[in-house]
Design a protein around this ligand. Sequence first.
Ligand code: AMP
Ligand code: MG
Length: 417
Amino acid sequence: MRTVEEHQRVVAALITARPAVSVPIADALGLVLAEDVVAPLSLPGFDNSAMDGYAVMVDDVASATPENPVRLPVAEDIPAGRTDLLTLKPGVAHRIMTGAMLPAGATAVVPVEATNAATDTVEIRAAARDGQHIRRAGEDVAAGTAVLRASQLVTPAALGLAAALGLAELTVIPRQRVLVMSTGTELVAPGTPLAPGQIYESNAVMLAAALRDTGADVVASPMTGDDVESFRAALAKHTGDADLIITTGGVSAGAYEVVKDALGAPTPATSGLGGSVDFVKVAMQPGMPQGCGVITAPGPPASPQRDIPIVTLPGNPVSALVSFEVFLRAPLRLAMGLPNPARPRRDAVLTEDLTSPRGKRQFRRGVLDAAAGTVTSYGPPASHHLRWLASANCLLEIAEDVDALSAGSPVQVWDLT
Ligand code: AMP
Ligand code: MG
């Protein structure tokens, strides 16, 4: 049997970053920059008013007080967006709005609150400091400065900055594109009636959501029955330009193990699929039967065949999602350059006695009380108990050489919140 770490290494080695691409800025949210962003212009781009008020020369209003206002003719009205170049002459004022370009010669803006707000001759009721309420060109960003760094996560604020700099595109490390395939003749899509012996398909929607939550794109999430030919056909049909294929089901020790049957044996040349996938046992619970490797499949129309990594997860929903957490989440985030690829690990104190199979790493579903620093296991360890996983907030990791833990023991948990 492989250890968890051995299988983690093998899977991680299969997943590689896509080349950097330029995308419209709105599509860059949540991705990381592939290169520094250098400001093509300064911000502000021109001296402008920080207030609604009057552009003046400081000397003209030096004696202004509420009791003895200075009266100045208003020579221009400058709303934001006025594009002609204006010059302020001594002895006059220009009415000016926030963000409007300051006229040449103006040395201060008197806020409208310190005036009578007139549009013909304005009464200025307060003296002004030199430069008052003026935003200087370049005081935020000087053109040529690297304002965002390669490997920085694109946040809403970073997008705002890029847009303010006039950038329509950003160069980012793209999302991994993942095909999710679930297998099982018993599976029926939610929303359709069940015949006896059938169950609703739940892995595909769950893993697709986990992938999106990880930052990846899901290219398709079809399901197939346990028939080798239809499984191969679905694989060939949906692979397209996926960077990774994840399957669930059909990898254990029974009969009708469609993924194993289709990919374990050398595939006939006629199937259009080649490659090599290793099916292994990993010393963990849940999630012992695992597989991974590379398949060679037809690429998008008119492109050559290519090798695509494939990770075959067991079908039990809990096994599938725990396996995703243990083997796939971190390498996918790493390949996208995303921060915090691994789930945070926390130390907690167990509130109850637990047993665990010797020789296997056990991942129990748990509820972590972060304030109290305690964790309680949630639901039975068997891998079909999806209900408990759905309301757990952590995975409790119990080492291979431990078969019993008593209440009060220190344990490690993976924080899923
Ligand atoms: P398998 O790994 O194919 O032997 O499946 C193990 C168990 O998980 C069986 O009880 C299957 O019915 C169930 N299972 C497999 N795939 C899915 C799925 N996509 N959705 C829900 N249950 C599944
Ligand atoms: Mg099955």
